[in-house]
Design a protein around this ligand. Sequence first.
Ligand SMILES: Cc1cc2nc3c(=O)[nH]c(=O)nc-3n(C[C@H](O)[C@H](O)[C@H](O)COP(=O)(O)OP(=O)(O)OC[C@H]3O[C@@H](n4cnc5c(N)ncnc54)[C@H](O)[C@@H]3O)c2cc1C
Length: 436
Amino acid sequence: MKIVIVGASFSGVSCAVEARKNFPNDEIVLIDKQPDIGYIPSGLSLVLKGAIPSLEDAYFINQKELEQIGITLCLDTCVTEFQLANHLLITNHGEVTFDKLVLATGSSQVPKNLDMSDKEGLTFKDKETSAVTLNKIQQSKDVIVIGAGQAGLELSDALIQAGKVVEVIETMNYPLYKYFDKDFLQPFINELKEEPSLKIYFEETINTLSEQEVIASNLKKHKGQGVPVILATSVRPNLAIFKKQLQLTTEQTIYVDKYLRTSQPDVFAIGDLIQVPSSVLPMPTYVPLINTAVQTGITCAKNLKKAIKPLQPVCQTVGTHLFGSYLGSCGLLEAESFVYPGDVASYTYEMNVSFTSKDVIRKKILYDANSFVLLGVQLLSSQPVADKINQYALMINQKMVLSNIEWQEKIYHPEFTYLKPDLYINKKRVSDDYEI
Ligand SMILES: Cc1cc2nc3c(=O)[nH]c(=O)nc-3n(C[C@H](O)[C@H](O)[C@H](O)COP(=O)(O)OP(=O)(O)OC[C@H]3O[C@@H](n4cnc5c(N)ncnc54)[C@H](O)[C@@H]3O)c2cc1C
């Protein structure tokens, strides 16, 4: 059997490797339009802040490693036409046939509603665009970043560490709105305001963009020629090429069933192309994250010959380090609790990171008000706590109840944990002092 995967990034590579493990005798072909594979999308930020020496170091895997396990790589190869019913792909290097096809072509950083050409706004998700953007940044003291989400703020932080003055334009009224509630984030937002090289304009939507001019809804800004304007807006899949052949969702993603099968027989879709089931919400959601891409890639590979493993729900787990603060989030936000079918309750509290540390960790916990099942957690600290969010994601995915979590076995050490007995008697158990 010939398995062809188009898109050799996180989802495509994970799918190819898992397919090789499951089907050792089948032909596996991985196609990508890029000349190399495995670029990490935050590579530009890592270079700017000196975490890695160059963009050449921002790769999680290389061609040789995949070829060694018997995966055929077709790089610099762009699929220009998908004849899905005919089991045929047309590429710039000729035709490719398949028995099973996995679409893993991901998403783009360029918003569709913006009046601009690709050349006017700089992007940085792949190596090629990152190199162009890095070159522009090096020639300018000022930089404009569009979007105060995770990618936009990570880039802004890195730019400031590289000595730049950064202006950020954001549609929402606070940063990181996809992963954090505004009330929880207030101490972090206050710190951003104190950052001398950073100015964020909230509630501003970009209408026109060029190197001479950036025009937003309320704010009219004129910058001299050559100020780099970098796009860090929400990513979306480019579906034009599949539109007539595949069923799409109303959210403009490719429809897949729980085994990642599209509406065309023998064609699967994974990664940033699809919505995934949520462990807290009743409807599927769009979760353009690496961990989701990898999960969908692995699950898809298991189902290529026979539908055996449904995709597990995800709870949108993120962690980041921005302007000296570590942030983590998973599961439901209070802002989206109106779509949750039950009543949602929450509490926010701060506690010392450990017995010996004066640093605090701020936590917001969301739970079902009737069943006390954990639904969401947000973390903020000056200490590296973002990794703890994995533990909470597991609890949410396991649908754990708060009282059970409290009694789980946990390590105690005064230098890295904090423990204080609950001093309240006859008080409702879930309260501000209730730690999980
Ligand atoms: C700046 C930035 C930083 C990010 N940082 C993080 C992070 O720290 N953590 C996290 O979890 N997520 C992060 N993300 C999100 C993450 O990048 C995506 O969720 C992930 O890359 C999706 O993987 P994918 O395999 O679905 O698609 P993509 O990574 O988008 O890859 C798609 C691949 O398909 C290829 N392709 C597309 N069309 C064709 C065609 N017609 N022919 C041949 N090849 C084609 C492309 O060249 C590309 O290699 C970040 C995103 C951005 C933009």
